[in-house]
Design a protein around this ligand. Structure first.
Ligand code: CMP
Length: 280
């Protein structure tokens, strides 16, 4: 998971050096078009039943047990407990731009990303948008209402064709009641999120738009010099927490300085040291 941005109002903390930056356009994520229903591709099959149900066309759609056990929050479950989750879970396929849920929705399930990428975002009343986090394969999201019994805290939308495992809250709540020591993994997840939000908050206070753009580009590149931007420029602006124009201007300046090359969505880092310096 990448926690990517904090949005503040024009008089908020983030406006010290970036006054006006938060007035960015509505990105497609913030668009409130009617949502198609997510496509349920398959119901989970407990491992004991796999042999009789397995078919080449459906193997890729079965709940990936190994993925679930690799998720930190489930890493201390014993085999029977994992079986129970697998039995109750199902895989959902999402098209690019498909909304899985909206902020304020009632919640009964959490999710683990199998493949693709989803954005957790919030929209302001005037449709400005802040991308809180990008969820990638192996990342877990949608857990907050399981603990506080409140509604969804943000929108979840697929940025590309994606599949997620949907796990209902009820068996997990039972599990945490009977074995509260498992909650340490949850505390660890939430503490990591808090740390990432602290970083995002510090970036908003201490970095200008160019610095934040450099930082996001480096994060999206990972250790590759040449990479495809997996999101639109509007979405990148939502991650940076600035207008698309300001983010474009920052990218153009990096290109002019020969730190970066860009052809459509393909970027090549020419001077990583300079970009890294700019992101501090
Ligand atoms: P939920 O409230 O169900 O729906 C939105 C989800 O986004 C939320 O659960 C978390 O899983 C995730 N989320 C919300 N805020 C953050 C954040 N600051 N960092 C990472 N993930 C978040």
């Amino acid at each position: 998971m990448r926690v990517v941005g904090v949005l503040f109002g024009a008089d908020g903390i983030g406006s010290r050096r970036d006054r006006g930056d938060t007035m960015f356009h509505v990105s497609p994520i913030g668009h409130r078009a009617p949502d198609p229903d997510p496509t349920v591709t398959n119901f989970a099959v407990a491992p004991s039943r796999l042999a009789s149900r397995r078919h080449p066309d459906t193997i890729g759609r079965m709940v990936p047990r190994e993925l679930l056990v690799s998720v930190e929050m489930f890493s201390s479950l014993n085999s029977d407990e994992v079986d129970r989750l697998v039995e109750e879970a199902r895989v959902i396929s999402l098209e690019r731009n498909q909304v899985l849920f909206r902020e304020g929705d009632e919640a009964h399930n959490l999710y683990v990303v199998v493949n693709g990428r989803l954005a957790m975002s919030r929209a302001s009343f005037d449709k400005r948008e802040s991308v809180l986090a990008l969820m990638e394969p192996g990342d877990l999201f949608g857990e907050m209402p399981m603990f506080d019994h409140r509604a969804r805290s943000a929108d979840a939308k697929a940025l590309e064709t994606s599949r997620v495992v949907e796990v209902p809250y009820e068996p997990l709540r039972d599990l945490y009641h009977s074995r509260p020591e498992l909650l340490w993994e949850v505390v660890s997840l939430l503490a990591n999120r808090l740390r990432s939000m602290d970083d995002a908050l510090a970036d908003t206070m201490f970095l200008d738009v160019a610095g934040r753009t450099a930082k996001r580009l480096l994060e999206l590149a990972g250790d590759k010099d040449s990479f495809q931007l997996p999101i639109t420029q509007e979405e990148l602006a939502g991650m940076v927490g600035a207008s698309r124009e300001r983010v474009n201007k920052a990218i153009s300046s990096f290109i002019r300085l020969h730190w970066l090359e860009q052809t459509d969505r393909t970027y090549r880092i020419l001077d990583r040291a300079a970009l890294t310096q700019r992101s501090r």
